[in-house]
Design a protein around this ligand. Sequence first.
Ligand code: ME8
Length: 504
Amino acid sequence: MKQKYYITTPIYYPSANFHIGHCYTTIIADAIARYKRMKGFDVCFQTGTDEHGQKIENKAKEAGVSPKEYVDEIVQNAKDLWKSLQISYDKFIRTTDEFHEKAVQKIFLKLYEQGDIYKGEYKGLYCTPCESFWTETQLIDGKCPDCGRDVHEIKEEAYFLKLSKYQDRLVDYIESHPEFIQPESRKKEMINNFIRPGLEDLCVSRTSFSWGIPVSFDPKHVVYVWLDALTNYITSLGYLSDNDEEFQKYWPADLHLVGKEIVRFHTIVWPIVLMALNLPLPKQVFGHGWLVIDGGKISKSLGNYKDPREYIEEYGVDAVRYFVLREVSFGNDGTFSIDALISRTNADLANTLGNLVNRTISMAHKYFSGTIVNKNQQELIDKELLQMITSLSLTVDEKMNHLRVSEALEEIFEVLKRSNKYIDETTPWILAKDDSKKDRLETILYTLLESIRVCATLLEPFIPSTSKEIFKQLNVEEHQDTFLANVTYIVQEPKVLFARIEKK
Ligand code: ME8
C-alpha cells in the first residue's frame, strides 16, 4: 500500500488583489506535493478560502451585495490564479461549504459539552464605526488605529476556549517533538514569547457581526474566524461527518505550510483544539518567511503590487515558479524583483538548462540523424558526471525531506552545469571529424541525454511544463530518476526552451 502524505496551505482570505507573496506558499506546497507523488506517495494536497468574518461582511456591504455573493465571485479569482500557476491541489475547501459549517458547529458543541469552551464576558475597547475591538496598546493616541475616532469600553457576552488548561501539555509536546515546529527559530519564539509567559483563554465567539458560522445552541453568537478556519484541515476530510474514511486515512497532516505571521495560530490554538478533541497533532508546522519588495511586505497601498498573472504572461509560468522556489532560502525572507527574476531566468533556465538541451539535441541530429544508443565507450573523463547523475536522486530526496527546496534545485543545476562543462571537455565537434571516434562520440551524447532525462525528471515537480517539453524533445515516456544503460533515443527537433530576456 502507498504511504499517505497530507500537505496543506493556509486557506486564503478571498481577495481580488492576490499578489506574488500569496503565491509563495502555494507554489512551494505544490512543488512538495508533486515531488511526493513522483516518489510514490498517496498525496492529499489541500488549499482553499477563509470566507467568514467582519472584514468580508464590511466589504460586501460596501460593494452592495450579500457576503455570499461577494465571496463567490472572488473565490473564482483564487481558483483562476492557482490554475495559471499550475497548482495541482487535490482539495479546495471553502469555509462556506455546508459540510464545513456543520462540522464546525459539532466541534464547538463537543468542546462546550466537555467543558473546554465556557461562556464568559469579553471586555475590550470598541470602535463603533469600524465594529472592531482593540487593546490599549493597539490604539494610536488613544484613538482607533483604523479610523482615528474615539473608542469606548464595551462588554460582550462571549464563549472562551480554555487554552490555559493545555499550556503544560503543549510545551511538553513541542519539546518532545523537535520536528513539530520548524524552522527551529520559530519554535523558540513560540515557547519563549507566547506560551511560557502564560496563555490566556481565547475568545471564540462574537456577537458584534453575523457573517460567520452560528453557534448551534446559541445562534446570536458566531464562531471566531480562526477556530472556523483552522478546523478546515480536518472537516475537509470528513471529520464528524457520515463518511470519515479520508479522515481516517490522511489525518494527522504531514505538513502544514504557513507564513511566519500565522505560525502562532497553528502551533498554539490549533494543537490545543486537537488535544481537546483527543486527536493526534500534525507532524509538522513549517513557518516560511515572506517575499518582500525593497525590504517591505508586498501591498497594494505601497504601490509595489502587481497581479501575478502579469508576470506569468510576460515571463512564463515556469520562470515565475522557478524564481520563487530557487531564490528564497526556505524559512527566511526573500526579495522579489523583476531584475532578479530576469537574471535567474537567463542564467539558469536559458543558459544552463536551455543551452544544454539545445546543444545536445542539435548534435544528436547533426552527427547521428537523431538516433542515439549507448555504445559503452566510457572513458575516465566521464566518471565525475556519471557519479553526479547516479547520486542526484538521493541528494535531492535528502534535501526535499528537509524541505530544502532551493537547495534541491541547486543540486540539479550543478549536474546541468557539469554536463555543459563535459561538452567543452570532450569536444564532440572534434571527435566528429574522426570516423574511428564515432562510438565514443555517440557514448558522449548518450551520457548527455541521460543527464538531461534524469534532471528533467527531477525538475518536474518544480517546473512541470518545461520538463514536459524536454521529454517531448527527447521523445521519451518513461521517467526514471536514475541513469539507465539502454534507452534508445530518437530525438525530436530541438526547440528553444527559454529565450534570453533583455532587461528593459
Ligand atoms: O492568513 N510573502 O490568510 P491570508 C509570503 N486566512 N507569504 C505571504 C505574503 C508575502 N508577501 N503575503 C501573504 C490568512 N502571505 C488566513 C489563514 S489558515 C487556517 C487561515 C501568506 O490570505 C501568508 O503568510 O492573509 C499566509 O501563509 C498566506 O499567504 C495566506 O494569507
